[in-house]
Design a protein around this ligand. Structure first.
Ligand SMILES: [Zn+2]
Length: 251
């Protein structure tokens, strides 16, 4: 079988990185797909082991749980999908390069960056989408309303005798007003649903250990964490700590 051949010559077979990236088989492993050189695979495995050592032993509960973590009540509603975010940690130390050979090497803020799926229910997903969409659609609506305003005043004397850039100024002004309004409604929604739903991932009580261990959300936002709502995990058998002794190609 093709899979067997591939995995047999892989240097990191059976290692922790194999269980993490290769959990859906060699053919779906990014180390295989991207043709990563063998010594680089070994290096990736070393880095992954540092990353793994910084994760709480029960880090997999966040996606394996059948109930929502974003619900403020416990137990939360039943899981309907996942909220994906980029979780970052300063370790392992990573040096940022010098610019044109000048200056000194600087330690980067992020040494580990991992996809982190968290179980979310229908209700919390709806709350989150509402708040998010108001911000997004207000930009589109602002443009359309602005265009409408410009077109409706285009024939008036005021516009015909004013400088050419005035329609653009009107358009940008209306867009800015509607966008600000959208942001305001979004913040109101976060407040309104804030009794039922956690909008910031590190407000979830179960996340306390992750925070203690030094994890943080990569490029987090003020009132709500930037999330990607999905039906699936990054990989079907996605797991930080696999206890499955079987390996890809082992059938
Ligand atoms: Zn929920």
């Amino acid at each position: 079988m093709a899979i067997e051949k591939i995995s047999r010559k892989c240097t990191v077979k059976h290692t922790p990185i194999c269980k993490f990236l290769g959990s859906d088989g060699c053919e779906k492993c990014s180390l295989y797909k991207n043709n990563v050189k063998e010594y680089e695979k070994a290096k990736t495995n070393e880095i992954w082991q540092v990353t793994q050592s910084n994760l709480p032993w029960n880090a997999d509960q966040f996606h394996q749980s059948e109930t929502c973590f974003f619900c403020k009540k416990r137990p939360g509603n039943s899981k309907a999908g996942y909220a994906m975010l980029d979780m970052a940690h300063p370790d392992p130390p990573y040096e940022k390069g010098m610019i044109f050979g000048l200056g000194s090497l600087q330690r980067a803020d992020v040494g580990s960056l991992i996809p982190f799926p968290i179980a979310i229910c229908k209700e919390c997903r709806r709350h989150y989408r509402l708040a998010e969409n108001f911000k997004f659609y207000s930009a589109v609506v602002g443009f359309l309303v602005g265009l409408g305003v410009v077109l409706s005043v285009a024939k008036t004397e005021f516009i015909q005798y004013s400088p050419e850039y005035i329609p653009i100024v009107i358009l940008l002004f209306v867009m800015a007003v509607v966008y600000a309004l959208g942001g305001w409604i979004s913040r109101k929604l976060v407040k309104k649903y804030g009794d039922e739903t956690y909008f910031r991932v590190f407000d979830i009580p179960e996340m306390a250990e992750m925070a203690e261990l030094g994890w943080f959300v990569y490029r987090d936002e003020q009132e709500k964490t930037r999330l990607l709502l999905t039906k699936k995990k990054p990989r079907e058998h996605f797991c930080f700590f696999s206890d499955d002794p079987r390996q890809p190609g082992d059938e």
